[in-house]
Design a protein around this ligand. Sequence first.
Ligand SMILES: CC(C)(COP(=O)(O)OP(=O)(O)OC[C@H]1O[C@@H](n2cnc3c(N)ncnc32)[C@H](O)[C@@H]1OP(=O)(O)O)[C@@H](O)C(=O)NCCC(=O)NCCS
Length: 238
Amino acid sequence: MARLSQSHRRQQGLLANCAQVMRIFRRHRRPRQGRITSAACIGASERCSASMRCQAISEPAMPSIRYARPSDAKALAALAEETFRDTFGSVNAVEDMNLHCRASYGEAVQLAEISNAAMITLLCEEGGNLTAFAQLRWSGAPGCVSAKSPGEIQRLYVAKRWHGKGVAHDLMAACIGEMERRESDVAWLGVWERNPRAMAFYRKFGFVEVGDHVFPLGTDPQRDIIMARSVAHRYPGA
Ligand SMILES: CC(C)(COP(=O)(O)OP(=O)(O)OC[C@H]1O[C@@H](n2cnc3c(N)ncnc32)[C@H](O)[C@@H]1OP(=O)(O)O)[C@@H](O)C(=O)NCCC(=O)NCCS
């Protein structure tokens, strides 16, 4: 019963989010070469089929965003490890990467995350393949984040071939929609100090540096920059 009512609440939220994402797109989308130009609709296949508005502006090739299901755990684990290794593998020790990946990725680990009520996992899918994912969690925040009800973007990873094509933009818009739905006032995240592309991307969405913390990659204590933004504000550059 608890799962059923949670699922119902999520559906309600999704329909609201769908309209919200559409508004963000109409207002802020800057088409550019090679970039996907149609709007992503969260869960277009199962959640928004009743909404002609969503269908009318979706294109067949556009990756759709939906909530992860338990049956996605294996594919999510594979994508999460692939994108993590693609991003950080060349600039870190193999042993540290392996330690981190063994502890963080695997069907059972991602199944537990998908089932965790204090987390939301969003998947981006195109042609039956996962192309990107984001995970949000609500479990407190570091002291440098000033908020009444903070929400964390714990992970946001896009497969390499989809970088620069708007997928990350869609996913971030969906993340902010989820933060609004959960009535979080501030969204925050940690990003490695040696990840300039991700930081540039977050800045486009209005995130600013508010502090730092240590992220242990295997045996290597690394410095993550903490970035945060008000959930309510709209940023024309995003
Ligand atoms: C971070 C990520 C989600 C961003 O998605 P994306 O599609 O690449 O983002 P965009 O192309 O819209 O924006 C990236 C911006 O960084 C800029 N950029 C690219 N390389 C850069 C660099 N080395 N230094 C600074 N800025 C850089 C781009 O020009 C772009 O800005 P612009 O739109 O003004 O031109 C994606 O790159 C990704 O999944 N990376 C690997 C995983 C990762 O790092 N996740 C974040 C972990 S905290």
